[in-house]
Design a protein around this ligand. Structure first.
Ligand code: PHE
Length: 459
């Protein structure tokens, strides 16, 4: 069955290696840092509900589509799209999916690396005992101090970029894949421990109520758009990362079940992070739920600083956050690197240097968003970081996902898809296929159109 497919890249050694690598890509800052703060900015419950619905009705179906496109094409997203458009007789404009993904990955990595740099800085702060017995105000002051020092931020941003490029230059299976097998379960355990402490130390009831009851007051059109965008962001969808990993997936592995496992794991990590962070937010008068990107870095250290063995737990926690970010960041450049090596124009190392430098320079914009350029506004509302985030997470990823859903749902032969997906031929396949053809594109399209119109003030 597989002989007609050129095997340019190594194939993962087993279905589990794919699950772990894709989970490594999915679980990252999106779950631990971003989900809690955007939930907080958008008023909690209603946002969380929309996010969960988007994961189920859009994220998981599109993820199945993206994996199977990758496995079908067996090359970088750009070349996979070339191959698929040819094979399916689709117009060449569909090549755009691959190119847009590469660009989105580079922009995302540019700010992702800056935030991951904060996490690295926090490993040392934790280890030094700076948070022992800390108050809410004290924790805020430490974070504000970090943000006000662009040189420190640039330094840690550079460290993280170097870490990422090192693994990327070394290659996929030899790289982080193995490490992630050990670290991801550890991260999960640590989050459970933190949540346990938050239950004792913080206001767990208020957190549960905030995250799971339906308050619509603070939810805006842009919030709905952010919730959908986040479903893509957190599952690493719509830009080719999952397509690139899908290209390395073994032939006979069932795509449907595998994707479902990843989606569930990813959601559990995000909810655990929320349940560890919000009890502290509600127990401390110094922190607002809506305080923005600093939420994780201000709130958790308060609990950590006041728990037994806090220095150890805190150090380990930010170490694991860094690793989670690391296994995500490599997937952000993988589409670009895979493309470059396939064209024969450069080696993985050269690609790593080229794309790494681009991300590093772009990342300076995010660094300065928190100090020098704090009050500069693009389109009258975004600072540089917010704009990069909005452009990628709220626009490029959902657009990529929309196009993938349409491509698989409308241009690929159903019979071929059935063979590829192996969700068993029964009703499960039909339900997925129907959701992919109708529900996912419609949901993305509607939220997208209304969101863009509202953000740019067109109505
Ligand atoms: N899913 C990653 C996270 O949640 C981020 C990411 C987005 C990675 C897109 C790859 C592609 O942190």
């Amino acid at each position: 069955m597989s002989d007609h497919k050129p095997r340019f890249h190594e194939i993962w050694t087993s279905r589990w290696t794919f699950i772990l690598a894709a989970t490594g890509s999915a679980v990252g800052l999106g779950n631990i840092w971003k989900f809690p703060y955007i939930a907080g900015e958008n008023g909690g419950g209603a946002f969380v509900l929309i996010y969960l619905v988007c994961i189920a009705l859009v994220g998981i179906p599109v993820m199945i589509a993206e994996v199977l496109m990758g496995r079908w094409g067996r090359s970088s997203p750009i070349h996979t799209m070339y191959k698929l458009t040819d094979e399916c007789g689709a117009p060449r404009a569909w090549h755009g999916i691959g190119w847009m993904g590469v660009i989105a990955g580079i922009i995302i990595l540019s700010y992702y690396s800056v935030i991951a740099g904060w996490a690295i800085a926090y490993i040392l702060k934790m280890a030094s005992g700076a948070f022992v017995g800390i108050s809410g105000e004290g924790s805020e002051a430490i974070f504000a101090d970090l943000l006000s020092s662009p040189m420190t931020l640039v330094f840690w941003h550079s460290v993280f970029m170097l870490m990422t490029l090192m693994v990327v230059a070394l290659g996929v299976t030899r790289g982080l894949g193995r490490l992630v097998q050990v670290l991801m379960p550890l991260l999960l355990v640590l989050l459970v421990i933190m949540m346990g402490f938050s239950i004792r130390y913080g206001d767990f009831g208020a957190a549960v109520d905030y995250l799971f009851s339906f308050h619509t007051d603070d939810l805006t059109v842009q919030g709905v758009m952010e919730a959908m965008g986040h479903a893509f962001f957190t599952l690493s969808l719509g830009m080719g990362a999952i397509m690139a990993y899908g290209a390395y997936m073994p032939e006979r592995a069932p795509v449907g079940r595998t994707v479902l496992t990843i989606g569930i794991l990813d959601t559990i990590v995000a909810l655990l992070a929320g349940l560890a962070i919000f009890p502290i937010v509600f127990a401390s008068s110094a922190i607002e739920a809506s305080s923005g990107p600093g939420l994780l870095f201000v709130s958790l250290p308060i609990a950590i600083g006041n728990m037994p063995a806090g220095v150890l737990v805190g150090t380990l926690f930010f170490l694991l956050v860094t690793f989670a970010a690391w296994s995500s960041s490599i997937s952000l450049v993988e589409p670009a690197i895979a493309w470059l090596t396939e064209t024969g124009r450069g080696t993985r190392l050269q690609g790593a240097i080229l794309f790494g430098l681009t991300c590093w320079i772009l990342g300076l914009g995010t660094v300065f968003s928190f100090n020098y350029w704090e009050s500069a506004r693009l389109f009258g509302k975004f600072n540089f970081f917010e704009f990069a985030d909005f452009l990628t997470a709220s626009i490029m990823l959902p657009l990529g996902g929309l196009l993938m859903a349409i491509f698989v749902g409308r241009f690929m032969a159903r019979k071929r898809i059935e063979d590829e997906v192996q969700i068993s031929r029964g009703p499960v396949f039909s339900i997925w296929y129907w959701i992919l053809r109708w529900i996912s594109p419609l949901a993305i399209g509607i939220i997208f159109a209304i969101g863009i119109a509202r953000v740019f003030g067109w109505y």
